[in-house]
Design a binder for this molecule. Sequence first.
Ligand SMILES: Cc1cc2nc3c(=O)[nH]c(=O)nc-3n(C[C@H](O)[C@H](O)[C@H](O)COP(=O)(O)OP(=O)(O)OC[C@H]3O[C@@H](n4cnc5c(N)ncnc54)[C@H](O)[C@@H]3O)c2cc1C
Length: 389
Amino acid sequence: MAAYDAIVVGARCAGASLAMLLARRGRRVLALDRTHFPSDTVSTHFLWPRTTAALARWSLLDTLAATGCPTIDTVNMHAGSVAFRGRPEAVDDTAVMYCPRRTVLDKLLVDAAREAGADMREDAMVRDVIRDGDRIIGVRGDGFEERASVVVGADGMNSGIAGAVGAEMVRSHPSLTCGFYAYWSGVPTDGVEFYVRAGRDILVFPTHDGLTCIWVGRANDYWPIYRAYIEGQYLDGLDAGLLERVQRGRRETPFKGTHRLPNFYRNCAGAGWALVGDAAYHRDPLTGMGIGDAFLGAELLAEAIDRGLESDLDAALKVYQETLHEKTAAVFEYTLMSAALKDPEPQARLNRAIAADPDLTQRFMNVLGGSAPFRSLFNARTMGMALRQ
Ligand SMILES: Cc1cc2nc3c(=O)[nH]c(=O)nc-3n(C[C@H](O)[C@H](O)[C@H](O)COP(=O)(O)OP(=O)(O)OC[C@H]3O[C@@H](n4cnc5c(N)ncnc54)[C@H](O)[C@@H]3O)c2cc1C
C-alpha cells in the first residue's frame, strides 16, 4: 500500500486548499513546496464573492478577517468610454470581498492544511515523478522519495509535474497583456477600481497595512518599452484622476511585473495523476479569477479523489477534468475577450447598455462575483438587446 493517499506538489491557493480538504476527509496527504511560508509571489490578489465564499465554506473567512484585511464592498468599472459601479450579490450568503496579501492568504491556507492533519513539508523541491509502467506512483525530490495513490501537480503555470507526466495542452492562446504593480501608501480608493481601456488595464485594490495595490497592464507586445522605462510607463498608463491620487501618495515597494500570462488548458487527469490551479488552467489575471478557480479546482479534485479512492480513481479524475473545464469555460472566454484590451463592437455596446441599465449592471456584477452564471448575461437575448441600443 502507498504511504499516502495523495501527494500534492505546490502548496499555495490550489495545493494547500486541496491538502486541507483531503485531510479533513481523513485522507493521508503529503504536501510539498520548494518555498517556505510566509512567502510572496508575483500576483495581485483580489477575491470576488465566489472566492471568499469558498473560504467561508472552509471556515477560514473569519481567520482572514482577523488579519486586519480591509473589506471591499464596491466595484467600480471603467470599461472603454463608460463607467458604472455596484456590488455583486452574495454567493452562499457571502458578499464580502477582500484583497489579502499573498504572504497572509497562502500562509493561512498552509496552516489550515497542517491543522487538518496533512503532512506539510516546506523547502522541499520535487524533481520528478516515479512510475510503475504507465502509472504515476510517487515523486522524487532533493533528498527524498515518496509514494501515493495519486500525485497532484499544484505547482503553478510552469508545472514540472505537467511536464513529467506529459500532460497535453488542449487549448492555448499566447499572452495578451503584460504589466507591473506596486504597493502605495496614502492612495485612497473607492472600493476596488478596474479600468479597461484600449491598450491598457489598471486594477486598484485596498489591502493590508493601509496599502493600495495598483497594477498597470499593457498589451503584451509593449513589454520591451515598458520594461525599459517602468516608472514612466506605469504612471503614464494611469487615468488622470487616479494619477493625481497616486502623486499625492508614496510608493512603498519596488515594481513587480511579468509578461508571461498565457491562456491555456492542459489535460489535467491521467493514470495516478492530476493537475489543479494554474497548472491545469491559466488565464490572464485582469478578471481576478485565478485564486477562485484554484479554490474551485481544489474542491472538485478533493471530491473526485475521495470518491475515486473508494471505487475507480482514474474514472473519478476524468470526471474532475470534464467538470473543471465545463465550469471555467465561460470565464476563460470572457477573460480572453477582455484581455485583448480593445473595445470592439458588440462589447462596447454591451458595456454602454450595462452602464445605462441598473438591472444589467447588477447582472454584470453578479456574473463576475459568481452568484449568477455567465450565460445569464452573455446570451443571445442580452447581446441582441445591447446591439439594438
Ligand atoms: C500579475 C498577476 C496578478 C494576479 N491577480 C489576481 C487577482 O487579483 N485575483 C486572483 O484571484 N488571481 C490573481 N492572479 C492569479 C493567481 O495568482 C493564480 O491563479 C494563483 O496563484 C494560482 O495558484 P496555484 O496554487 O495554482 O499556483 P501558484 O500560486 O503558482 O503556486 C505554485 C506553488 O508550487 C510550488 N512549486 C512549483 N514547482 C515546485 C517543485 N518542483 N517542487 C516543489 N514546489 C514547487 C511553488 O513554490 C508555488 O508555491 C494573478 C496572477 C498574476 C500573475
